[in-house]
Design a protein around this ligand. Structure first.
Ligand code: CP
Length: 330
């Protein structure tokens, strides 16, 4: 896709036209037999794509791996634990090394927010953000957009309640930037300590602590995990308060079958995963027809195929050594 960015860090890096192009391409891949998915796209070349996950992942890591292979590309599984990163090598030098080895594109998951920003002006390699700290998870939001549209139809004026730890949720930061472009109204729901900052809010956005009223209001609910591994700062300053909120969370904000049946029995329930059964969702809801988490997983592969091919085919030559990075002994 022409003018598609070489570094996809945030959903704001894409125009609405580019997002609509991704949705169209993802639907094409979804409806195409596997064997011909990438046929003819890469004009006889076989690009190499690396997965570099510096944080745990089940869905993102494996769906990128499968998307790369379904496109007929060469897949490199970059093992961060056994790499030079553990000996103090910088991320930039790591990417330049991969580029010199012929890798065209790298998917990065990292616990550091906005770690990819430094590479935008002069990319050492083409890059996709596979989730960075509490900043964004753009590919998850794009596959969620595809799934919301398949389940709800046109998103204009549709009401989506995102329930849980929105402040620490990179997916929520991407969804809040993305879904209003398609007319959806977003309401973040949860204890005030987990509310989004002012900077994240736009006209079609609201937030509340009222779970049951929001469940009744919603055309779709999107549940979040409590991201305890990102609570360190809050634990230092408001430890007692947050521990009580976490202890009471299943009672106050957990989606039980009883609540679902009583308040909004038809509402579709989304979750980016990993889900914590007995905390934000009960086992009967996850097994119910309302639950769309596996629909999201199905769509993750064609959407990531669309994103990978759009970056690889963006025509940008200003990457790696061509972006002014010296590579020795070529
Ligand atoms: N949705 C998501 O990012 O899940 P993983 O952490 O399993 O990749």
């Amino acid at each position: 896709m022409h003018n598609f960015p070489s570094v996809l860090e945030n959903v704001q890096d894409l125009t609405k036209d580019q997002i609509e192009g991704l949705l169209a391409l993802a639907h094409k891949f979804k409806n195409q037999p596997d064997m011909v998915a990438g046929q003819g796209l890469f004009l006889g070349k076989r690009p190499i794509v690396a997965n570099s996950f510096l944080e745990n992942s089940t869905r993102t890591r494996h769906s990128f791996a499968l998307a790369i292979q379904k496109l007929g590309l060469t897949y490199l599984d970059f093992n961060a634990e056994q790499s030079g990163l553990k000996k103090g090598e910088s991320l930039e030098e790591t990417f330049l090394t991969l580029f010199a080895q012929g890798v065209d594109l790298c998917v990065l998951r990292t616990s550091k927010s906005e770690e990819l920003s430094q590479f935008k002006a002069s990319p050492p390699i083409k890059l996709i953000n596979g989730g960075d700290g509490i900043n964004q998870h753009p590919t998850q939001a794009l596959l969620d957009l595809m799934t919301f549209q398949e389940v709800l139809g046109d998103l204009q004026d549709k009401k989506i309640a995102i329930i849980g730890d929105c402040f620490h949720s990179r997916v929520t930061h991407s969804l809040v930037a993305l879904l209003p472009l398609f007319g959806a109204q977003i309401r973040c729901v949860g204890p005030e300590i987990f509310w989004m900052s002012q900077a994240d809010q736009s006209g079609s956005f609201s937030q509340t602590a009222n779970f049951e009223e929001s469940l009744a209001w919603a055309d779709a609910v999107y549940l979040l995990r409590l991201q305890r591994e990102r609570h360190q700062k809050m634990q230092e300053t408001r430890g007692e308060e947050i521990n009580k909120i976490l202890d009471d969370y299943p009672k106050n904000y957990g989606l039980s079958e009883e609540r679902l049946q009583k308040i909004n029995p038809q509402v579709p329930v989304f979750h980016p995963g990993p889900a914590n059964i007995g905390v934000e969702i009960c086992s009967r809801v996850i097994k119910s027809p309302n639950y769309r988490g596996h629909h999201q997983v199905v769509n993750s592969i064609p959407m990531r195929m669309a994103i990978i091919s759009s970056i690889l085919l963006n025509g940008d030559k200003n990457v790696g050594i061509h972006a002014g990075h010296p590579i020795r002994n070529l």
